[in-house]
Design a protein. Structure first.
Length: 576
């Protein structure tokens, strides 16, 4: 009881002498204490409940004095538009009763400058002051003693944050040390391999110009193709190993005037035909016809089929299909290509070529065999990696009484014998027809072609009479990329490009069925053959590819052998 009386006595004395009553007010602005800021604050007009006060080293404007925090928060809504940073602050009531002071020298921490009241309907004008400091919104009322607690809490928070940072750094160092201990490869080895890769890429980049040179805008590129084949062949009860270079070629390309005028020189050190693409050309766009065109002349590829028109660097299998037996090597002539783009999805190409004997045939003094070829393709793109291409081609050549010969192995360069063979003498003319189909959907692709050949030859037994021969062949192939992104098709030239690789390279699985029939006259027994080809290709990068093919061949009604043959062959291809 005595304790309670003592406490009551203490609170009553403190209320009479030491304690000051407080209320909740809305603080609009806070500025550093200076003559200029004082003048600016006194110059502006406020609500009659607002006062300009000097608190510490700042001058503040506070409005209203409410018992409850809710009433102050409701009052604050009137100032939000003009003073977005306004907040509620606890203020002594005595500060709202101090008279006005006109100079800064008379302002003390307990002094309050009261402004003259203004009508309530007058708009509140924002204050233009020199420096505004210590404007910190407060969402809860500040009671006596809360400031010191907050300071202590803030210091504690800083210490805790520093401790956390140190702990996080220690964790990072610990993780790095664990990673280093797990790495078995020495840094020196990694650096050497990285340096070798860098030198390799830098050397390849030096073989082509990244920018144009001179006033004619000259660009160049050097390249080569080297492929080496080795395989195991089981044919006609005879087994053997065989290996050899399939292709060794070098080329140089160049262009002028923003690649409109171009040329290409290519030479092969293997095979019967040494001169490959040796040509000059020009390409541009016609705004009048709304299409692109390309013209080239020289030793060129004859536009007849998708498989033959595609470079050997970009074919799926080691060798082209059996129907490529009817394909033509390069000829000396001219070609024009018209590319029409109807929309982003649809485009069409028209190829036309006239030709005569190739450069190699000209050197060998063979009889002239002129001809022409037409090819038409149409492509539809649903997306970048989803397309369908269809096409057809027609080929005609004047043979002038020469012989025509078709023969092939089981899609292998390392195989010795060619079991299917047809040789027609005294041929007057030769015609070919071809249809092609290509479908690509992301990592999947499907490709097919069908070819027919017609020969118009002089009859052996009767003079001035002719016999007609007809042969055919086709293939169907599909592929899937387990690693990598898939095959690519160039719509502007209707040909296949390099496959799309990932960082790990690419792994492709492929299968093909091809068929050829050279039996037209019963007495000839030229034969027919079916091939089943299973292929796996691993693309290390854009230049190096390892190809493996397993072929099951079945020649029928041939002069040499009828039965089943098996081949396992591989190729290492380096092309850039």
């Amino acid at each position: 009881m005595i304790k309670i009386l003592v406490l009551l006595t203490f609170f009553s004395i403190s209320s009479l002498f030491g304690a000051q009553k407080s209320c909740y007010s809305v603080q609009l602005v806070s500025a550093y204490k200076s003559e200029k800021n004082l003048y600016n604050l006194e110059k502006k007009s406020y609500d009659e409940s607002c006062k300009v006060m000097s608190i510490g080293s700042n001058i503040v404007v506070r409005c209203g004095c409410f018992e409850k925090f809710k009433d102050a928060s409701q009052y604050k809504k009137h100032y939000i538009q003009s003073y977005p940073d306004a907040y509620i602050q606890s203020t002594y009531r005595s500060r709202f009763s101090v008279k006005n002071l006109q100079t800064l020298s008379t302002i003390t921490p307990s002094t309050v400058v009261a402004l003259a009241p203004v009508p309530a309907q007058k708009a509140v004008v924002p204050i233009d002051i020199e420096v505004i400091e210590d404007v910190v919104p407060v969402s809860v009322p500040i009671k006596k003693g809360n400031i010191e607690k907050k300071k202590k809490h803030h210091k504690h928070k800083k210490k805790h944050h520093k401790h956390k940072k140190k702990h996080h750094k220690h964790k990072k160092k610990h993780k790095k040390s664990i990673k280093k201990s797990k790495i078995k490869v020495k840094k020196s080895h990694v650096r050497r391999s990285h340096a070798r890769k860098f030198r390799y890429n830098r050397y390849l980049k030096q073989l082509e110009s990244r920018r144009a040179y001179g006033k004619y805008d000259y660009r160049y590129k050097f390249g080569a193709q080297i492929s080496y084949d080795f395989g195991y062949i089981n044919e006609a009860n005879n087994s053997y190993f065989s290996s050899d270079f399939r292709r060794i070629r070098v080329y140089q390309k160049g262009s002028f005037f923003k690649e409109k005028l171009f040329y290409e020189l290519e030479y092969s050190f293997t095979g019967n035909n040494n001169f490959k693409d040796n040509l000059v050309g020009y390409k541009d766009k016609s705004s009048y016809l709304n299409l692109s065109y390309r013209f080239q002349a020289g030793n060129i590829k004859i536009p007849f089929s998708l498989e033959r028109y595609t470079s050997s660097k970009n074919i799926t299998f080691m060798e082209r299909s059996l129907s490529d037996t009817y394909g033509e090597s390069r000829k000396l002539g001219t070609e024009i290509l018209l590319h029409k783009k109807f929309s982003k999805e649809n485009s069409m190409n028209l190829f036309g070529a006239i030709f005569t004997n190739s450069i190699d045939e000209q050197i060998s003094n063979k009889k002239t065999k002129p001809g022409y070829s037409l090819r038409l393709t149409y492509a539809h793109k649903w997306s970048k990696h989803h397309l369908l291409s269809m096409g057809g081609a027609y080929f005609a050549q004047n043979i002038n009484g020469n012989s025509v010969k078709f023969n092939d192995t089981a899609e292998s360069f390392t195989m010795n014998e060619k079991y299917i063979s047809a040789s027609i003498k005294k041929v007057d003319s030769l015609t070919k027809q071809n249809i092609e189909l290509l479908y690509i959907y992301n990592k999947y692709s499907l490709q097919a072609e069908y070819t027919t050949v017609g020969l118009h030859a002089i009859n052996k037994s009767k003079t001035n009479t002719f016999s007609d021969y007809s042969f055919s062949g086709y293939y169907l192939q599909g592929s899937y990329f387990l690693i990598g992104e898939g095959r690519r098709y160039k719509s502007s030239t209707s040909t296949m490009k390099k496959s799309r690789l990932s960082k790990e390279g690419a792994l492709e699985f492929a299968m093909r069925y091809s068929y050829i029939n050279l039996n037209d006259k019963d007495e000839d027994k030229n034969g027919e053959q079916s091939d089943y080809n299973f292929g796996v290709n691993y693309y290390f990068n854009d230049e190096i590819t390892l190809m493996v093919n397993y072929v099951i061949a079945q020649p029928i009604q041939t002069k040499l052998y009828s039965g089943r043959m098996q081949l396992l062959q591989s190729r290492l291809l380096f092309a850039f």
